[in-house]
Design a protein around this ligand. Structure first.
Ligand SMILES: [Zn+2]
Length: 403
């Protein structure tokens, strides 16, 4: 089959197109998610749909009004996967005319982000000699990987220079140079290419082999922001955001900032100080709770009559550390089996039982048998969870202890 004519190459701003079908079929191994539609493979004479290629996800849109769910290219032939209502499958046959429409908003956003990536990668290469070795562009993320680990300051210097390139509103040119012209050119390329090499050039900034649609001038990118710098496989991964996505992201982040600003009663610039203060207050409160829990423990121990041997207490709320300490203190004082249950009849209890002179596992076994409790442990101490009424739990354990 002959190569598909790539309309996006010469007309990256085209949104609709007319073409004719070279092949349309329903692959045998393809099951459509619903019975009322078919997932058809459609190959056209020409298309505006950019396929998944070079790390970029494919265009979305419609053919004859039917949604295009995927677009792939193989040996120059572009295949569209189209979700066609079963009663309209007859419209898709060899030689039939077809009207296509791409999701322009997403495509333009991809063009802004892809062109932005070329500027960052081009400047990193031109200024410091780093090579772009990986690129992903999807609706949600744009990442680029390069083969070095420069300091963040240097990377933000590249970000500043990249935005200067945006403001200079330079042209972005895409062309297929002759083999002679190509061999005389210096350009970036991730793989060794032979024929029909498409070179995307931003004069004075970058030249790179690339198959994707780009904006005509750098000004259309709007803004380039590096959002994340990560060490990655011995190199660096940058997450960038350009154009409309940068606007949307700053709106989202501003919303989050405003919320924290309101919650901490600080201006946006000072929310760090506000959060720090809350953390300090929190630490002081935790310390105070620890002190109070210790006091409560001491009071509870004092209240026990000298003759009480096996003690089981239910508490509404207590930290696990305090719960454990209380169990230890009770066992030490009484010498019997003692347990502390934290929670409520409805929500269930987290328990710790100390064996004292007995085997604590007998306690957890009895709770498992009677109420389906979970957990276990050693002879000296068991812990777990149980949902039952406190009076029944206590009666069950008293049975085990025989008192
Ligand atoms: Zn590219």
């Amino acid at each position: 089959m002959k190569d598909t004519i790539r309309l996006y190459d010469t007309d990256p701003y085209g949104r609709t197109f007319e073409s004719s079908i070279l092949r349309a079929r329903v692959p045998e191994d393809t099951l459509s998610p619903d019975k009322n539609s078919l997932l058809m493979e459609v190959i056209l004479e020409s298309t505006l749909f950019f396929p998944e290629e070079g790390g970029q996800t494919p265009d979305k849109g419609t053919l004859n009004g039917c949604p295009v769910t995927d677009v792939q290219i193989q040996k120059g032939v572009i295949t569209h996967w189209v979700k066609v209502p079963a009663d309209r499958a007859g419209e898709f046959y060899e030689g039939a005319p077809v009207s296509g429409c791409i999701d322009w908003e997403e495509r333009f956003s991809n063009m802004q982000n892809h062109s932005g990536e070329h500027i960052i990668s081009g400047l990193l290469h031109k200024t410091y000699g780093y090579n772009n070795i990986g690129f992903r562009l999807s609706q949600n993320t744009v990442t680029l990987d390069f083969d070095g680990q420069p300091e963040a300051d240097l990377i933000y210097g590249i970000e500043a220079a990249a935005n200067e390139v945006v403001w200079q509103n330079l042209p972005i040119l895409a062309e297929y140079p002759s083999p002679e012209a190509l061999s005389a050119m210096e350009y970036r390329s991730k793989i060794e290419l032979e024929k029909d090499v498409r070179i995307v050039t931003i004069p004075g900034v970058d030249a790179c082999a690339c198959c994707a649609p780009h904006v005509k001038r750098t000004g259309e990118i709007g803004m380039i922001r590096i959002m994340k710098i990560q060490r990655f496989h011995g190199g660096t991964r940058l997450t960038i955001v350009c154009g409309r996505r940068a606007l949307q992201l700053t709106r989202t982040l501003q919303g989050a900032l405003e919320e924290v600003s309101r919650l901490t009663s600080r201006p946006q610039e000072a929310i760090g100080e506000g959060v720090r203060l809350i953390q300090e207050e929190n630490a002081a409160l935790r310390f105070r709770i620890g002190e109070l829990e210790r006091e409560i423990r001491a009071l509870k121990l004092e209240q026990l009559s000298g003759s009480q041997k096996n003690v089981f207490l239910a508490e509404k709320d207590m930290s696990p550390a305090a719960q454990r300490e209380l169990v230890n203190s009770l066992c030490e004082k009484t010498g019997g089996m003692c347990g502390v249950f934290v929670g409520s009849d409805d929500a269930g209890y987290k328990f710790i039982i100390g064996g004292g002179s007995m085997d604590a596992r007998k306690g957890s076994a009895a709770l498992r048998e009677a109420f389906g409790a979970r957990g276990g442990g050693k002879r000296e101490m068991v812990q777990g969870a149980v949902t039952a009424a406190w009076k029944d739990i206590e009666a069950c354990l008293r049975d085990v202890c025989g008192s």
